[in-house]
Design a protein around this ligand. Structure first.
Ligand SMILES: [Zn+2]
Length: 263
């Protein structure tokens, strides 16, 4: 019954040039020279025989432009590049409420939207408006979440939630108070969409936390949890912002904007 399998796609819709000192927390502690590091921006699509589920939505043109990010594709063209369209999407899962994950939400006019209750409560509460938190979100986009909730289209989940047969959400926290990861069953084994619990593989492989962090101990614990999940046969971890996603899974260090995990 729960043997539903999906094709998973990582869609690269944006990019920017960053550096190691910008992306790793207290990078000076490693006593290494700074180095350029590209940051790619993705959302993810899980397509099965019965439904298509989208995980995150990308930033809005305004949200990206005000931060100097390069948008390669707006949400709708990016969905088309992945062979789907907003009205074909049954559910949209938001791993967290940062601008580069929820900005494309308005194109999904019919889908059920899901996110963790911890994440929603934080960003709609007073602490989410404090400077060091607020700059990672757009106030209008947080309002959009409130409106969806009022309209009965936003489902708030607990720490573990089955989105659909073969698609599980797990709240790990760390990067944001209710940061979630999403595991999708494919024929070849589980694909773990780590989103911003792991921006770069280096976080997981060298135990290096990311610079934007709500709870450092929870971020380390999330690394442990994801390593455990990754030990399952056939499991693949998909990092949230790493250009290595293309390199590792297509064998090309190039410019593929749609990366497939089908088997
Ligand atoms: Zn984030």
């Amino acid at each position: 019954m729960t043997s539903e399998h999906y094709e998973v796609l990582a869609v690269r819709y944006g990019t920017r040039q960053a550096s190691a000192a910008e992306v790793f927390l207290n990078y000076h502690a490693y006593r290494e020279p700074d180095r350029p590091l590209r940051m790619d921006y993705f959302f993810w699509v899980a397509r099965g025989p019965a439904r298509t589920v989208v995980v995150d939505t990308g930033f809005s043109p305004a949200g990206g432009a005000s931060r100097g990010r390069t948008m390669l594709m707006d949400t709708e063209p990016a969905l088309r590049a992945a062979g789907t369209a907003p009205d074909a999407v049954a559910q949209v899962v938001l791993t967290h409420a940062h601008y580069d994950h929820i900005g494309g939400l308005p194109v999904f006019t019919g889908a059920e939207v899901l996110m963790t209750r911890a994440e929603y409560d934080f960003w709609t509460g007073p602490m989410g408006r404090r400077g060091q938190f607020a700059h990672t979100t757009e106030a209008s986009e947080i309002d959009c979440l409130r409106e969806l909730r009022k309209a009965g289209r936003l489902t708030l989940t607990g720490r573990a939630h089955q989105i659909a047969p073969g698609i599980e959400l797990t709240e790990v926290g760390g990067h944001t108070p209710g940061q979630a990861i999403v595991t999708v069953a494919t024929r070849g084994g589980p694909v773990i969409l780590a989103s911003d619990a792991v921006h770069y593989y280096e976080e997981l492989e060298r135990d290096r936390p990311f610079s934007t962090v709500a709870d450092l101990a929870a971020m380390y614990a999330a690394f442990d949890r994801i390593r455990e999940m990754a030990a399952e046969p056939g499991a693949r971890v998909v990092a949230g912002h790493d250009p290595l996603v293309a390199e590792r899974f297509t064998g090309r260090a190039g410019s593929d904007d749609v990366i497939r995990f089908s088997s």
